[in-house]
Design a binder for this molecule. Structure first.
Ligand SMILES: CC(C)(COP(=O)(O)OP(=O)(O)OC[C@H]1O[C@@H](n2cnc3c(N)ncnc32)[C@H](O)[C@@H]1OP(=O)(O)O)[C@@H](O)C(=O)NCCC(=O)NCCS
Length: 180
């Protein structure tokens, strides 16, 4: 599936994207904020494309003006998510390379993923889990119409032995339709 917005093309990740992926995913400001490790080499990025980013409904975010992926966005449906949700619900995840922060690009792609989820895939609800303090991501959620749902304390952080507070946001199909 290939999706398009004004400035972006969202399409499945390809092996040939490994170099571009490494360029942005090697920044310490990106992965850890979302709970995944900094990429260590182009080979590591290729492995991630083949083993992680090949999941259904996971898209490379191609900025039309540069012609290569600058970020990633996806819906993890039902059991594919990190949460205990039914197959009619999904969790959204996203990131974008630091040079492209602050241009509303992930907000633009997240809006398209909501359309994909509610209109094409007929989902009932879409969730988002955000580590405490990730203000940039709260803003993406707010701008897309998500509402705060609950907070979970002491969630094990996947990259070390520490624990984090996670805030969970949600939008239902009805809320999305009312906002359009
Ligand atoms: C969160 C993230 C995806 C936002 O993407 P984006 O395309 O920059 O989103 P937006 O341009 O809509 O900006 C969202 C907010 O980030 C803040 N922001 C943007 N650029 C910034 C910068 N360079 N420095 C500080 N804050 C910035 C702004 O507050 C903005 O909100 P505003 O539009 O009300 O001003 C991006 O920062 C990122 O990839 N972060 C690391 C990975 C991550 O946290 N993923 C989400 C896990 S839940």
């Amino acid at each position: 599936m290939i999706l398009e917005t004004t400035r972006l093309i969202l399409r499945p990740w390809e092996d040939s994207d490994a170099e571009a992926l490494y360029k942005y995913a090697s920044s310490p400001e990106v992965g850890p904020a979302a709970g995944w490790a900094v990429h260590t080499s182009v080979e590591n990025s290729l492995e991630i494309i083949q083993n992680v980013l090949s999941a259904p409904e996971t898209y490379a975010v191609i900025l039309k003006e540069v012609g290569h992926p600058v970020g990633s966005i996806g819906l993890m449906i039902g059991k594919a998510s990190n949460s205990d949700i039914p197959d009619t619900e999904a969790e959204i995840g996203y990131w974008i390379g630091v040079p492209y922060w602050g241009r509303g690009l992930i907000t633009e792609s997240a809006r398209e993923m909501l359309r994909r989820g509610f209109e094409d895939l007929q989902l009932d609800k879409i969730w988002c889990n955000i580590y405490d303090g990730n203000v940039r991501s709260y803003r993406v959620e707010e701008k897309c119409g998500f509402k705060f749902h609950h907070t979970t304390e002491k969630v094990p952080f996947p990259l070390d032995d520490t624990f984090r507070t996670v805030h969970t946001f949600c939008i239902s199909k009805e809320e999305w339709l009312a906002k359009r």
